[in-house]
Write a protein that binds this ligand. Sequence first.
Ligand code: NDP
Ligand code: MG
Length: 338
Amino acid sequence: MDVKVLTDKDAPDGTLKGSRIIILGYGNQGRPQALNLRDSGSNVAVAARRGGKAWKTAESDGFEVMEVREGVAEADILMCLLPDEVQGKVYLKDIEPFLRDGSAICFAHGFAFTFGQKEPGSFDLIKVAPNGQGQALRTAYLEGSGLPCLLAVAHDRSGGARGIALCIAEGLGCLRVGDFETPFREEALSDLFGEQAILVGGVPALIKEAFDVLVEKGFSPEVAYFECMHELKIIVDLLIVHGIAGMREVISGTAAYGGLKYGEKLVTEETAAVMREMFDRIESGEFARAWLKETAGGKKELADMIGREKDLTIEKAGSEVRSLFTRRPEEQDKGGSR
Ligand code: NDP
Ligand code: MG
């Protein structure tokens, strides 16, 4: 393997002892990260906007909560878990001028630094990027496991930045399963490419198109939904556990033959060219500029696209089919299911 796999053994003992960790951004990642780090024994507090949702939630979770600048000034390690699109602005206004020399700032995604929204200051700059949503990070931690993460050190001013990153990953539960070390830029580019080409771009687009074809051919939307979307989870689980060839071994021969002989024709030279174009747009910073412009304009195009998607037939059919599989309240107590 080209990339080094890190585990709990790599985290130096006692590095976080006495360190004040401040969580800035108490959302999808911030809350689970705060809870995991506190449960792992770290001294954690939260910095938030007074009166905001984050402030109230963090307080009701039992954290000490303080104003953003106050938290930044108090931090030995600042976990910057704000949405990517606001990080640049907040960094210049509320972080850089107040973060003490010799402290560390830790990100969960390399977007803002990679696409030049800011320059590192006189502190350690590290990244611990869990490979999944915050709730999954928390659930895995509570089950005694963890999500893998990508870890990076961009600036090591203290000489101990890598040890801090490793100990943060350990406190989050990520080192329990093994992590990869990869530069900020590599994580940022590959994360965005994976999202667009596969996870939330390519796969949903294929599902929607295949659904439309079945409906156009006269199938009921519910059956089309079932075949094109509902069964996907079973196959994804097989892919993750057994790999592509392993998945083919446990499906029917009919499915394996049809999938390989005809399914692969979907990816043409043109598709490959679109993927390369997608990568180039990310690498050149064109995508980041477009997203920041969209954010500055109030995310209208994003809202329109989400609105149009909500109106699709597949969404209506999906919510009806899914409701068939949701347990009724009276059955939940009995543990029964339909
Ligand atoms: P969220 O959108 O969930 O975070 C919102 C939080 O940021 C809220 O607590 C909000 O506070 C606070 N916030 C927003 N703007 C400001 C501001 N101007 N000043 C102070 N606080 C502010 O973000 P995510 O958790 O999704 O993302 C955080 C980081 O984690 C990003 O870098 C992202 O790429 C990364 N990441 C996210 C993953 C995910 O699945 N979501 C997975 C892996 C990494 P308030 O309640 O006051 O509005
Ligand atoms: Mg991502």
